[in-house]
Design a protein around this ligand. Structure first.
Ligand code: PLP
Length: 447
C-alpha cells in the first residue's frame, strides 16, 4: 500500500511511515493511492463472520502483507472485543451502534486499531514513543484507553481543569500504568499550544514524541470496516445501501468513502452536520467558507467550522485544498453532489428527533445520533428515495444524560465500562500554562 499527500509536494510513503508520522512533510494528509476491491463472494462470506474476523480480512487485503497475518489477526481480535449492534428502526432503517467500546464512543474503533498497529511496528524495530495529546474531553479519553497497557508507548494527555466534565476527567485519570494525565490551569487552547511547542522543540526530539490526532490515516482505514460489516449483514450484493453519518471533522464519512471504493454499492453518503453548515453550503454553492469560531451545538463533538478531512474528500474528486481551506483546484462538483449529500440539523430539530425516535420506536439516542437520523429523514423527504439505510449512533446516550432525560423522561443507564470508572481512584499531575515548566516536567518524566 502506497500513500500520497493531499498537498502533492511530498514523496509517497508506506503505511507504516504514514501511521508513525501522521502529517506529511508538506503539511498535507496521507491518502492511499489505491485500495483493493472486494468481490460479491468475499462480501457474502462476511455475512456471518464475527466483527473482528471481518476487520482482519479487510485489513489483511488493504495492508497487503505489511503486517504478518498472525499478528494482524491477534491485533483485530484484541481491538474489537465488543459488540457492534444493528438495531432495526423500521423496515428501511437500521441504527448501527458504534457506542459499545471502552469509552462508549465510535472513536474507539479507530483509536484502538491505530494504537495496536503502532505498537506492532515499534516493537518490530525495538523502538518506543510517547504520544502527547491535548484534549477538550473525548478524544483524550479514547486515545488514553486505546494505548492503555501497551508496551513501548507512553501517553501524556493534557486537559483544561475547568473545561472537562467529571466523567471525562475520570476516563483519563483512573488508568495509570503507561497513561499520565495532566490537569492544566488554563483553557483547551493553552493545552494545545504547549503540545505544539513541545513537538517543535529540538531539545525534546530524542523522546520520540508523536500525536495521535484525527488526521492520521491509521484512524481512517479502521473506520471503513463497519460500513462493509453492516452492508454484508443487511444486504445482498449488488443491491444498494445508503449511510447517514453524523459528521464533524468528516473522518467517519471518509471511512465510508473508502468502503465504497473497496466495492460496497453505496448509493448515497449522507453527511449530516449540526449548525456548523460549511459543508452543505459548499456542496450547494461551490464556495467554501470556514465558520470561525465554530458554533456551540448540542452535538458538541461535531462543533467543527473547518473539517480537517475535507481536503481528502476534495483530493479524491480531483481537486486541491490546502490545510487553511483554500481551494486551488476545483473538484468535480457534479460528481461530488451525485455521491454525497450533506444537510444541516438545528439544535431544536436534534431535540425533537431524540423525542420522536423514542416515542415512535422505543429507541434511545443521543444528540450526535439524532443529527444522523434527522439528516436521513430530510434526505428522504426531499428525494423520495427510500433505499435501505443505515444511520450511525456514535456515542452512548448515557454520555449526554440531560438531553436524553429532557426529551424522553428516561435516565439512560451507564454502560459497564463507564460504571467501573466511578469507583476507581484518580491520579493526575497539575501544571500551569508556562511552557518552560512543562518542558522540565517532560524531561524528568521521560528522561
Ligand atoms: C468525533 C465525533 C463525531 C464526528 O466524527 P468525525 O469523524 O469528526 O466527523 C460524531 N459523534 C461523536 C460522538 C464523536 O465523538
Amino acid at each position: 500500500m502506497k500513500l500520497y499527500s493531499t498537498n502533492l509536494k511530498a514523496p509517497e510513503v508506506s503505511f507504516q511511515e504514514a501511521l508513525i508520522t501522521g502529517l506529511a512533510p508538506d503539511r498535507g494528509l496521507y491518502m492511499p493511492k489505491s485500495l483493493p476491491t472486494f468481490s460479491k463472494e468475499e462480501i457474502d462470506s462476511f455475512k456471518d463472520a464475527p466483527y473482528p474476523e471481518i476487520a482482519y480480512r479487510v485489513l489483511s487485503k488493504v495492508l497487503d502483507g505489511e503486517v504478518d497475518d498472525e499478528s494482524l489477526k491477534a491485533i483485530t481480535y484484541d481491538a474489537y472485543n465488543y459488540d457492534v449492534p444493528l438495531e432495526k428502526m423500521d423496515e428501511q432503517t437500521y441504527i448501527m451502534r458504534l457506542d459499545r467500546g471502552p469509552t462508549a464512543s465510535f472513536k474507539d474503533f479507530a483509536a484502538r486499531m491505530m494504537a495496536r498497529l503502532m505498537q506492532y511496528y515499534l516493537s518490530k524495530e525495538n523502538k518506543s514513543l510517547t504520544i502527547l495529546t491535548a484534549t477538550s474531553g473525548d478524544t483524550g479519553s479514547a486515545v488514553a484507553h486505546a494505548f492503555y497497557g501497551l508496551d513501548n508507548i507512553k501517553v501524556i494527555v493534557l486537559f483544561p481543569t475547568d473545561e472537562v466534565s467529571d466523567r471525562q476527567r475520570k476516563q483519563m485519570t483512573t488508568l495509570n500504568e503507561n497513561i499520565t494525565a495532566i490537569s492544566i490551569d488554563g483553557k483547551f487552547d493553552d493545552c494545545q499550544a504547549m503540545v505544539k511547542q513541545a513537538f517543535a522543540d529540538e531539545d525534546l526530539k530524542h523522546f520520540n514524541l508523536s500525536s495521535a490526532n484525527s488526521i492520521n490515516i491509521g484512524r481512517l482505514v479502521p473506520q471503513s470496516i463497519y460500513y462493509i460489516y453492516s452492508y454484508a449483514r443487511l444486504r445482498n450484493y449488488p443491491e444498494e445501501i445508503i449511510f447517514s453519518i453524523p459528521s464533524g471533522n468528516f473522518g467517519n464519512m471518509m471511512g465510508c468513502v473508502l468502503a465504497r471504493t473497496m466495492g460496497i454499492p453505496v448509493k448515497m453518503i449522507i453527511a449530516s452536520v449540526n449548525e456548523n453548515d460549511e459543508v452543505p453550503h459548499f456542496l450547494s454553492t461551490g464556495d467554501y467558507e470556514k465558520i470561525v469560531p465554530s458554533k456551540n451545538c448540542l452535538s458538541n463533538a461535531m462543533n467543527v467550522g473547518h473539517p480537517s478531512n475535507l481536503s481528502r474528500l476534495i483530493a479524491i474528486y480531483g481537486g486541491e485544498m490546502d490545510e487553511k481551506g483554500n481551494i486551488s483546484k476545483e473538484p468535480d462538483m457534479e460528481k461530488l453532489r451525485k455521491d454525497i449529500y450533506s444537510g444541516s440539523v438545528t439544535d431544536d430539530e436534534t431535540k425533537a428527533t431524540i423525542k420522536e425516535v423514542y416515542e415512535k420506536y422505543g429507541i434511545l439516542i443521543e444528540p450526535h445520533g439524532a443529527v444522523g437520523i434527522k439528516g436521513l429523514l430530510d434526505f428522504r423527504s426531499q428525494t423520495g428515495d427510500n433505499t435501505l439505510a443505515v444511520t450511525l449512533e456514535t456515542a452512548d446516550p448515557a454520555k449526554f444524560p440531560e438531553h436524553v432525560r429532557n426529551e424522553t423522561g428516561i435516565e439512560p443507564e451507564l454502560p459497564q465500562s463507564l460504571k467501573e470508572i466511578e469507583a476507581r481512584e484518580e491520579h493526575m499531575d497539575y501544571l500551569g500554562t508556562d511552557y518552560a515548566s512543562f518542558k522540565e516536567y517532560l524531561k524528568e518524566k521521560l528522561g
